[in-house]
Design a protein around this ligand. Sequence first.
Ligand code: ADP
Ligand code: MG
Length: 240
Amino acid sequence: MLEIRHLSKSFGSHEVLRDIDFTVNKGDVTSIIGSSGSGKSTLLRCINLLETPTSGEILYHGQSVTGPKVNAPEYRSHVGMVFQSFNLFNNMTVLENCVVGQVKVLKKDRETARKNAMQYLEQVGMAPYINAKPRQISGGQKQRVAIARALAMEPEVLLFDEPTSALDPEMVGEVLSVMQDLARAGMTMLVVTHEMAFARDVSSHVVYMNQGIICEEGTPEQIFGDPQRQETKDFLSRFR
Ligand code: ADP
Ligand code: MG
């Protein structure tokens, strides 16, 4: 579904990603782990076309999306993203947050978009809050709305950039549980996370990034049970 080929990204002379290669197949749940500053967010932002790679390419169903003439909003409706800081529209209600993209990008009529949004808000347990503004709900609730908003675009792949890192500890579980349900339902997901239990128990693949490269990747059993590289062992030992 997605192929990342020889992707590199520099900011000035600082090479943040170096020759990243990996593939995402339908139904994969890939966790990307690694220390702060290793380039995880930049990688997701490149995949979502929020950053332009310095070299290399990204293919979506075999078509390059890193060349010119790509309709980024349209592509992002297929490859959605959930951010650490939610990025909800604060002046809109919960429901409106989940409607606006469908109307503007997918050109759906408002009534169809509302019905669709309601279905996903129910799925994440946020239907009782449709008329609330983001400032009136908790962080965990905001993130569940952000997930519903992404789902309402009916994406093929969802990218999550540390979706629970900005949350108070007691709210982490409700968001992880929504993500676990999505994974079980077969959603293709790419998740940057420090939640090692999620990476180990929910994902099908784990990618360990260190200093802008993929240092090691494999199944959760391989990465958590039998890491090969010293860097991977050192990183994981910090979570025990
Ligand atoms: P991670 O998500 O793994 O913590 P990031 O992708 O956010 O890592 O950042 C990797 C490196 O790239 C960091 O050194 C960061 O300072 C740098 N970086 C990220 N975005 C920018 C930017 N827009 N301009 C300059 N440097 C950046
Ligand atoms: Mg990051």
